[in-house]
Design a protein around this ligand. Structure first.
Ligand SMILES: NC(=O)c1ccc[n+]([C@@H]2O[C@H](COP(=O)([O-])OP(=O)(O)OC[C@H]3O[C@@H](n4cnc5c(N)ncnc54)[C@H](O)[C@@H]3O)[C@@H](O)[C@H]2O)c1
Length: 368
């Protein structure tokens, strides 16, 4: 089978590599040779590292073709758009994809925040488009969220799920699309509660992060913000707010962006790093201060909302947090261990002040 990947950047090169590693003839298209060369280098570096685990770089490279011509992708049964997060660029790519692909080809977008239905509305074969939300770096991260638009045919969804499994990845299927999918909705809630704690004077940045590490999260919450890029967080947050997700007041992240402290990429964010782009795990000198039930409260409420609205099952949320965010356990699993009543009490304490903290009805039974 032939796969077309359009965009050879951070995500596109990784997705193309995964596709080639799964034995698919993979054509990577980008706007210039320079971008393609960069993508190819990223793939070679990754393959070099994977060769220690038995991957043969030359076999994988033989499956890859790099081109600036969309027509080289003709005959592809699956085409994945991985270009910058701008609707007009994505629509232009789909228009050119549709002109060279047969009507039965599966179309996918790796957008992290543009509604799939909005992209689908601008293309011809709307029923063939799905969201395939890969995580960075695609060769290592096992999770792919699979999201239908309001136009997606069930057959296209089934094919997408099968394709993701054939890549050796774990798909989490959303019954219908919600802004931020599952991953970014829950992730934003974690960042929002961390911000609230600091801005309310309940704990310092380091105390919040010590508390997160103490419950086994792989990173402190502000450490994760630095790692992700604080500008990326502010962008996603704004999009979710615009699309109606109940907001929480917080100014810390946007203040950091306005002073150019973007996190690891700029060498400074909530912590300082040796050089821009060089991540060294921050040393924390503070003790954990925030109770686990409070730290996770808003995220768990979001999980309850997703389950009660039939978007996913609780086990899917656990899969997203384990495979997309390297949580040691699922979020719902952790919530049950901490105590659902205790988490609900935390939410109730804050709910008179902030709407997002009102526990969804039947909070404990939904999550039990
Ligand atoms: N970076 C992440 O962690 C991440 C995670 C999940 C999803 N995403 C999503 O994946 C998509 C790509 O993100 P990225 O981080 O790989 O971006 P990137 O900037 O690293 O790469 C984008 C690539 O697209 C190319 N491009 C631009 N216009 C093009 C066109 N008209 N035709 C062909 N190629 C074109 C660029 O030259 C570049 O190589 C975005 O929608 C983003 O939201 C990113």
């Amino acid at each position: 089978m032939k796969v077309l990947v359009v965009g050879a950047g951070t995500m596109g090169s990784g997705i193309a590599q995964v596709s080639a590693m799964s034995g698919y003839d993979t054509v990577v298209v980008d706007v210039s040779k320079e971008f393609l060369d960069r993508g190819r280098e990223r793939i070679m570096d990754s393959l070099q590292r994977l060769s220690k685990r038995g991957v043969d770089p030359s076999t994988v490279l033989s499956k890859l073709t790099f081109s600036t011509e969309m027509k080289d992708g003709s005959g592809a049964e699956v085409a994945i758009e991985v270009v910058p997060e701008k609707l007009e660029i994505k629509l232009d790519v789909f228009k050119r994809m549709e002109s060279i692909l047969s009507s039965g080809s599966l179309l996918a977008t790796n957008t992290s925040s543009i509604p799939i239905s909005e992209i689908a509305s601008g293309i011809e074969r709307k029923q063939m488009l799905v969201g395939l939300h890969f995580f960075n770096p695609p060769p290592l991260m096992m999770l792919v969220e699979v999201i239908p638009s309001k136009f997606t045919e069930s057959d296209a969804m089934e094919r997408a799920l099968k394709f993701v499994k054939s890549l050796g990845k774990v798909p989490v299927r959303l019954a219908y699309e919600v802004p931020g999918f599952v991953s970014n909705r829950v992730f934003m809630r974690i960042l929002q509660e961390a911000c609230r704690e600091v801005e309310a004077g309940e704990a310092s940045v380091e105390e919040v992060d010590s508390s997160a590490r103490a419950i086994g999260l792989p990173m402190g919450i502000f450490e994760l913000a630095d790692y992700t890029g604080i500008d990326v967080i502010v962008d996603i947050w704004n999009i979710l707010k615009q699309r109606g997700m109940v907001d929480v007041p917080c100014s810390m992240y946007s203040k950091k962006v306005s002073t150019g402290e973007l996190g690891v990429k700029s060498g400074r964010g909530f912590y300082s790093y040796p050089a821009p782009g060089k991540f060294v795990k921050p040393k924390l000198n503070s003790q954990p201060k925030v109770p686990p039930a409070r730290l996770l409260s808003l995220a768990v409420n979001e999980a309850a909302w997703l389950i009660s609205n039939g978007v996913v099952r609780s086990s899917d949320i656990d899969t997203v947090m384990k495979l997309g965010f390297n949580f040691p356990k699922g979020l719902v699993e952790m919530a049950r261990e901490i105590g659902l009543r205790e988490i609900e009490n935390q939410l109730l304490q804050l709910s008179s002040k902030y709407k997002a903290y009102s526990p969804v009805s039947n909070f404990t039974s939904i999550l039990s």
